[in-house]
Ligand binder design. Structure first.
Ligand SMILES: Cc1cc2nc3c(=O)[nH]c(=O)nc-3n(C[C@H](O)[C@H](O)[C@H](O)COP(=O)(O)O)c2cc1C
Length: 183
């Protein structure tokens, strides 16, 4: 089996990630894979914010600020504040859809999704782990504004990146129930 197919068939998401994260040179390689994703009309509707160090704590404060502290249990507030600390590095992949007669916003968001998958595969190939997360914070107005998005813009994913603490096992899935050949 060739190495790309082997990697793709065996990749897993890693919820538990520790240091080290990819270094700057490795990140440049990963991001170069992102911008080779299929992208209708080459609109390049993507942008990537790389968050590490104290910026992770600042992102946690931003997350916490979106919650009404008077109406939520203290542990939920703390959990939200600590979310970005679940990995040593986060790539926030955003889409600002452009007006285009041939390419609806959904296709532009899909292009960013494809770029995320390219990154996840590249991250695995370098021996690191990642997990794609969204959740309420991806839709919170203050978070979207922080990353310079308009009302039409979307946070397509928070990609948590680091070294897998423990590689999760993943059962092999059969393709038969999802595929029909017409010939
Ligand atoms: C668009 C999108 C959003 C996701 N959001 C979350 C999330 O917020 N939290 C989470 O635990 N997993 C989320 N996932 C799922 C994980 O990234 C991962 O795919 C899942 O845990 C299955 O693991 P696997 O990739 O090893 O099969 C999301 C996946 C996608 C494609």
């Amino acid at each position: 089996m060739n190495t790309v197919i082997e990697l793709l068939q065996n990749r897993v998401s890693c919820p538990k990630l520790v240091a080290p994260a990819p270094n700057r040179d490795e990140l440049q390689q990963i991001l170069a894979c992102a911008v080779r994703a299929p992208d209708h009309a080459r609109l390049k509707p993507w942008y990537y914010h790389v968050i590490q160090g104290k910026a992770l704590n600042e992102l946690g404060e931003l997350f916490a600020s979106t919650i009404d502290a008077n109406n939520v249990a203290q542990d939920k507030l703390e959990k939200t504040r600590n979310m970005p600390l679940r990995a040593p590095l986060i790539i926030v992949a955003v889409c600002e859809p452009q007006e285009n007669a041939k390419v609806p916003a959904m296709e532009q968001i899909l292009a960013v999704g494809a770029s995320i998958q390219n990154m996840q595969v590249a991250i695995s190939s370098l021996g690191f782990g990642s997990i794609w997360r969204t959740g309420d914070m991806a839709h919170a107005k203050a978070v979207k504004q922080h990353f310079g998005l308009s009302d039409q813009g979307e946070i397509v994913g928070f990609i948590y990146v680091g070294t897998p603490d423990k590689l999760p096992s993943k059962p092999n899935s059969s393709i038969n129930e999802y595929v029909k050949y017409w010939e």
